[in-house]
Design a protein around this ligand. Sequence first.
Ligand SMILES: Nc1nc2c(c(=O)[nH]1)N[C@H]1C(S)=C(S)[C@@H](COP(=O)(O)O)O[C@H]1N2
Ligand SMILES: [Mo]
Length: 406
Amino acid sequence: MDRRHFTARLTLAGMATALGAPIVFAHKLPKDYLPLALQDNDPFTLFTKDKEMVVLNDRPWNMEAKAHLLNDRITPNKYMFIRNNGRIPETIDTNTWTLTVDGESAVGTKTYSLKDLKTKFKHHTYQLTLECGGNGRSEFNPPAKGNQWTVGAVSCANWTGIRLSDVLKDVGVKADAVYIGYHAADTHLSGDPKKEPISRGVPLAKAMQEETLLAFKMNGEDIPLAHGHPLRLVCGGWPASTSGKWLNGISIRNQVHDGAKMGGSSYRVPCETVSPGSKVDEKDMCIIESMPVKSLLTYPKSGALLKKGKNLNINGHAWAGELAVSKVSYSIDFGSTWQECQLEAPANRLAWQHFNATIAFPKKGYYEIWAQATDSNGIAQPMVLPGWNPKGYLNNACHRIAVKVV
Ligand SMILES: Nc1nc2c(c(=O)[nH]1)N[C@H]1C(S)=C(S)[C@@H](COP(=O)(O)O)O[C@H]1N2
Ligand SMILES: [Mo]
């Protein structure tokens, strides 16, 4: 794992961010000397992640959770997946950080300091589900290139910030605006400063939703470096690629935003179902918007042993993009029969919903528990893989865990 590549390029400010404290005698620090606390660092320490998290790539850093690590009602940082397209910015100075709004803005280009944003606009907190569009990619066949996410590229944290709509109203959105695009401070893997690693966006209607935030806090604290410190766009329920980290710009567009990773097969799927392995023309690809209904069994851990005669309490979360989840069921007979779970209402729109059930097993032996969620439009998760697509997005097949009754 090439962690030196990350730490050796750190500036003093970058080191202080990674250390979580300023280096008091920084002016005495020998040139090219890496502080011990960073030398000993593995990505888990560096990003304060649990050691059970799984690293999928180190250039750029990508890390996912295992299902049982996501059992908390609100995902703590240590279990939150990391998905980066480029290099994490090395120098973050919150005193000089700005957000520039340009494009179809009535007042023209306007720049806000972090302080302006925090003091000028009202603060709001929401629990927002963020799932990578590629979560579940590892199951597709023929396989798709990219991080081989299993089930752990999803989180639901408490995000605090200001409404993007308040800022858009502050500049005034011109009548021909239809979309917004984000710009961020991470850098392209090639090192080319003119290239953005990713610059995606959402239609104006999504940007104007009350839950769409410019966030500066996650779970009550400054957003951790890997998750977009000091400012992040958060668009709950949509592919998490629309939630730009290290945000420094918003462009109001009079056309669909055409930044990096908006075209081709990036975060787009065939508009109509295609047979696995097909080549799909660019013009037949559609941008992923609201994520599909999905659920995750977070307790027990797959492979659990249970004493015969004991009941098993299972629990997990379910989410459905812009929609709510109306029902979650479980099966212990490979989908032949289903029982309904208890399902809680979401803390707010776009937050995942918790479910639980108590299962009595008929006799000793091997079982699988399958969970299936249904959205408020009556659409349920498929039991097997949904439609194949070139980049392996949107796998919302039912999650399954194994249990042995002994
Ligand atoms: N600036 C920037 N924002 C970004 C990305 C990125 O690489 N750079 N990755 C996106 C993708 S593809 C995902 S899935 C989410 C991951 O968010 P997380 O790392 O906080 O879990 O961030 C999104 N926002
Ligand atoms: Mo993603």
